[in-house]
Write a protein that binds this ligand. Structure first.
Ligand SMILES: Cc1ncc(C[n+]2csc(CCOP(=O)(O)OP(=O)(O)O)c2C)c(N)n1
Ligand SMILES: [Mg+2]
Length: 1008
């Protein structure tokens, strides 16, 4: 921390100049030094490596590489060879290396030189050196800025390399300090002045880049954006605050600090994950929101972890304090659900922003303990809100994500979420990330929790500027927040605020931090809190008096006391008070057990089918791939025959919902074509780039929007995103499809923490559909199973409880369960179950095993009559063949689910056992159709009952269905298992073994 200053003061003292100059001369010619610096930078801190053309020193290195390559392409590393071959290398004028004669002299207009006369080479060198120093500050100033209030942790830069690299081109002496230098267009430190004395240039740069703010931005590819940032930080006077502004900061800081102190006083033994040491986060968030509201934002969606969450709810969202305090009282809940701990709950508030006098909506999305898991959920929710408001540029709705330092760099989902930030169908047009960087994660120091210098380096991949700021300097923090909000409003891209503070207590208030961080905590114990430091400063400069400071604090304490008294009168907590996504009007006036019909008029099916099988209207100009013309022709033939295959059935569901005004969004890897090349929702012009046609967007003139988008190769973030999207509006069908169901487990925390348990914890519903290609088709262990057993294991219906039978049995079960797990065998049933998602008077996630080979199976087709009016979803499909027609002669009933049905029927046919063996398909596995299973079993009174599955015995549905069968049969009959033995892996990698296993199971099942 002191290094820059030592170096700088040395540089400014007469002796030091000698030293500096000698040091420079000794170390090398500037070229040599540049190489050393570049190499050191590559090893120790990759910012220079990541921006090889962004600074003078590395630029000269690149140029040397280039010259070497010109002489002999094999003399450089292959990566350089490839690069130079690509013709990408141009030496940008503003990034030119600092060497005499590398730019034409005419390119410069030197202050002080006689007009028209060519300047001497020393003048040129000196000006270039000044330019290089300015660039150095812009690039590396943050490395030596005073960011850490405790002054113990700095980005790990061995030796003085950072200081040296800033002064790499410093060859001036005391006599040069008063020399006037013309300022290049890439700096704004001069304000209205075109040139400044060297001393002033250095002073100003030091102040801008090495003080309490460290701006990391020079890796950004856009010159416009770099200049925009330079201007915001370099312009003289940007850090001047009016007395009113200062008083507002003080008042906000007082509340933030007072809130934690109040909780500490009243609930000393309760965990609250206080913000002490980073209280400035509250005024910071308020500043971001104020500026953003001023710039047009009307709705802010926030995601955040435990730290400071209650404070955020209280002081940023202004959630009634009594509701917060009630959470500490250990009261019973007044409504259904299992609830969650207080520092996970969400909230939604609409209120007037007192600073801007504009109405604003604030939502904090409920989240699990799983750090950062909420990030993509917030993004999806934000995107959806932007979509429904027609806010295509994100001017009205924005997201703020708050992170802990350890989690931000440790959790991969942060990276996955960042990579959604600029994708057309996933962008939220800029997220402001705020890191509450207390320089510790639980008990782990940064040096053991990350390999990067900063916890924020992940943001560099998306060219997001990073504003590091010392959390003990409220005015610096407010400036950074203002710039961040303006950045977002201007460029609609992500940015990061790294609030470098500390954690005054242990990880929670009951933890002892001295066990593991003794030295850090000795410092912390002696360190005054930010409020006191700031109050002292404002008192000293005469902005406020000591009495004012005390009275603001006392006033807030009174407010807390009153709310505390009110909270004591409460007898119950209400989970509904903590809902983050209220669906106003959705439940109103609805019969909670009435499902709208899912069949539609046949003419609607024909219309959708015709559209879906037609080329674009401008077919003459739109060149379609020949193979797709065949696909369209085959679809048309099916429509003429009034039958649908899988893709057509799906299109019927989507098209009919779109017609009814239901927005449909399908997202996942390669979903536009479909992993198995069956869907083809987006037709590509074979000759024109980006010319596409999507017939589902053109079904009806007044239809709802249809969106289908190939996602990034992520499951965790994209599934989280779609879950968030589904939370916003119940009148939308949101589907996420896995490439293969097997890959969905990389999103396991979204599945476990949000989808399966979200309603129970946070009284929030979601109708998200997960499409999981599943089936044992000899494709090996990772292309066979979506692990349906895991979803079933998380289903919340009781295996031992047979609900009362009634007409509403099915819907009541759906109402009571946490989600639906199904494996449909016909396009019609697939169509109905998708439509049922919207027809239900509530929302439940749907986990759907979807087929692969069945997509083209000649028998896996449905007549339109199974989708038209009067038809509905079949939880169980009974045997409709000879066995079903003559049940008394049936010896065995094979219950099964999914594609194995087709193998079983084929074998049964081959063995000519169609009259003796009935095959019953359980299409909706969970909630378990107790009533229909009982009915089927009763139909075949004398038959043996078996469950056949292709998955291994410890996988698939068996462990879920077995106890439920027994309940359905009232333990009066047994059901035995037919299928593969238990297995550690989901499937064999050997085709031969696969076939052997399949044949064995078919033979076992189809035998009497
Ligand atoms: C995914 C995940 N892994 C582990 C934990 C356990 N855990 C809770 S807090 C914490 C430390 C978090 O450190 P940081 O992100 O810096 O936040 P801080 O508590 O310092 O504010 C850990 C490891 C968790 N909650 N989530
Ligand atoms: Mg931390």
């Amino acid at each position: 921390m002191h290094r820059a200053h030592t170096a700088f003061s040395l540089a400014l003292s007469p002796m030091a100049h000698k030293n500096f100059a000698t040091w420079l001369l000794k170390s090398s010619s500037s070229q040599q030094l540049a190489k050393v610096t570049a190499a050191a930078a590559v090893r120790t801190y990759n910012s220079a490596a990541a921006e090889p053309f962004a600074n003078g020193s590395t630029a000269s290195y690149v140029e040397e590489m280039y010259n070497a390559w010109l002489r002999d392409p094999t003399s450089v590393h292959t990566s350089w060879d490839a690069y130079f071959r690509s013709n990408s290398y141009v030496s940008p004028p503003n990034l030119a290396p600092v060497q005499a004669n590398t730019l034409p002299l005419t390119a410069f207009n030197f202050g002080g030189a006689v007009a028209g006369a060519a300047p001497d080479s020393k003048t040129i060198d000196d000006h270039l050196a000044v330019q290089a120093i300015i660039r150095s500050y812009q690039i590396r100033g943050h490395n030596i800025a005073h960011l850490d209030p405790l002054e113990i942790n700095t980005p790990e830069l061995p030796g003085n390399s950072s200081t040296k690299s800033i002064y790499a081109n410093f060859s001036f002496g005391e006599q040069d300090m008063d020399r006037q230098f013309k300022l290049p267009s890439t700096t704004f430190i001069g304000g209205d002045e075109a040139s400044l004395p060297l001393k002033e240039i250095l002073n100003r740069l030091e102040n801008v880049y090495c003080n309490k703010i460290g701006v990391e931005f020079m890796f950004i590819n856009s010159l416009e954006q770099c200049n925009w940032i330079r201007k915001r930080f370099e312009t003289p006077g940007v850090l001047n605050f009016s007395p009113e502004e200062k008083r507002l900061i003080l008042a906000r800081l007082t509340r933030a600090t007072g809130f934690e102190a109040f909780l500490a006083k009243k609930y000393s033994s309760e965990k609250r994950f206080g913000l002490e040491g980073c209280e400035i986060m509250i005024p910071a968030l308020k500043e971001i929101i104020d500026v953003s509201t001023e710039l047009g934002v009307e709705s802010v969606i926030m995601g955040m972890p435990h730290r400071g969450r209650l404070n955020t709810l209280a002081n940023v969202c202004r959630k009634p304090l009594n509701q917060i305090f009630t959470q500490f009282a250990g009261l019973e809940a007044a409504d259904d659900g299992s609830g969650d701990v207080k520092y996970h709950l969400g909230t939604y508030i609409e209120r007037l922003n007192r600073v801007t006098n504009k109405n604003i909506r604030l939502a904090v999305v409920a989240n699990p303990s799983h750090l950062e898991a909420v990030d993509p959920v917030v993004q999806g929710k934000t995107r959806a809100e932007q979509f429904y408001r027609g806010d295509q540029e994100g001017k009205k709705v924005m997201s703020i994500l708050i992170h802990g330092d350890a989690a931000f760099c440790g959790q991969g989902v942060v990276y996955e979420t960042m990579h959604l930030s600029d994708l057309p169908d996933y962008t939220t047009h800029g997220t402001i990330h705020v890191v509450a960087n207390n320089q510790i994660g639980f008990t782990t120091d940064p040096r053991f929790s990350r390999s990067s210098p900063y916890c924020t380096d992940v943001a560099r991949v998306v060219n997001a500027p990073i504003f590091h700021v010392n959390a003990d300097d409220p005015e610096a923090v407010m400036h950074v927040c203002k710039v961040a909000a303006e950045w977002r409003a201007t460029f609609h891209k992500d940015c990061v605020i790294d609030l470098v503070g500390y954690r005054r207590n242990g990880h929670n208030e009951i933890d002892e931090p001295m066990f593991t961080q003794p030295l850090m905590y000795q410092k912390i114990r002696k360190h005054k809190n930010c409020l006191d430091l700031y109050a002292d400063k404002l008192i000293a400069e005469g902005t406020v008096t000591g009495e004012e400071v005390k009275s603001v604090a006392a006033k807030y304490e009174n407010i807390c006391e009153e709310a505390f008294a009110l909270a004591k009168t409460e007898t119950h907590v209400k989970y509904k008070d903590w809902l983050d996504s209220p669906w106003s009007g959705f439940f109103e006036g609805k019969d909670p057990l009435k499902v709208a019909p899912t069949g539609v008029k046949e003419e609607t099916l024909i219309h959708i089918g015709n559209r879906f099988s037609s080329p674009p209207p401008n077919a003459a100009e739109f060149v379609i791939h020949k193979g797709l013309l065949r696909v369209l022709a085959a679809r048309k033939a099916m429509v003429d025959e009034k039958v649908a295959d899988w893709a057509l059935g799906e299109a019927m569901a989507f098209g009919s919902l779109l017609k009814e005004g239901i927005h449909v969004r399908l997202s996942g890897q390669d979903v536009e074509r479909g992993t198995f090349s069956h869907r083809h929702h987006v037709l590509h012009h074979q000759l024109v780039d980006k010319a596409t046609y999507n017939s589902l967007q053109h079904m009806y003139p007044d239809q709802a929007p249809y969106s289908v988008s190939n996602s990034s190769l992520s499951e965790y973030a994209v599934l989280g995103f779609e879950h968030g999207y589904s939370m916003t509006n119940p009148n939308a069908l949101v589907l996420w499809e896995a490439q293969f169901g097997d890959f969905s487990n990389t999103a396991q925390s979204i599945i476990d923490q949000f989808i399966s348990s979200g309603q129970s914890k946070w009284v929030r519903q979601s109708g998200l559909v997960m499409l999981l290609p599943h089936g044992m088709e000899g494709m090996g262990p990772e292309h066979s199973s979506c692990r349906v057993e895991r979803f079933l294991q998380m289903s919340s219906d009781d295996p031992d409880y047979f609900p009362p039978e009634s007409d509403e049995f099915g819907v009541r079960q759906l109402h009571d369960i946490n989600w639906i797990v199904a494996n449909c065998t016909t396009p019609a049933n697939y169509y109905h179950i998708l439509r049922r998602q919207i027809a239900l008077p509530f929302r439940k996630p749907l986990i759907l095993c979807t087929p692969k080979s069945l997509l083209r199976h000649p028998e896996a087709k449905s007549p339109f009559s199974e989708m038209s009016e009067g038809s509905e979803f079949q939880r169980i499909i009974p045997d409709n063949g000879p066995a079903g027609q003559n049940p008394s002669s049936v010896k065995k009933v094979v219950f099964c689910s999914g594609r194995v049905y087709y193998d079983l029927t084929k074998t049964r046919k081959e063995k000519q056992l169609e009259g003796e063996i009935a095959i019953v398909r359980v299409e909706q596995v969970s909630p378990f159709p107790f009533d229909l299973v009982k009915e089927q079993a009763n139909l075949y009174k004398n038959a043996e009952l078996v469950w056949a599955q292709e998955e291994h015995k410890n996988q698939g549905s068996w462990t879920y269905v077995q106890p439920r069968f027994l309940t359905a049969l009232n333990h009066s009959r047994d059901v035995s298992y037919v299928g593969r033995a238990c297995g550690a892996s989901t499937a064999t990698g050997s085709k031969a073994q696969h076939i052997r296993e399949l044949n064995a199971l078919l033979n076992d099942a189809i035998s009497t």
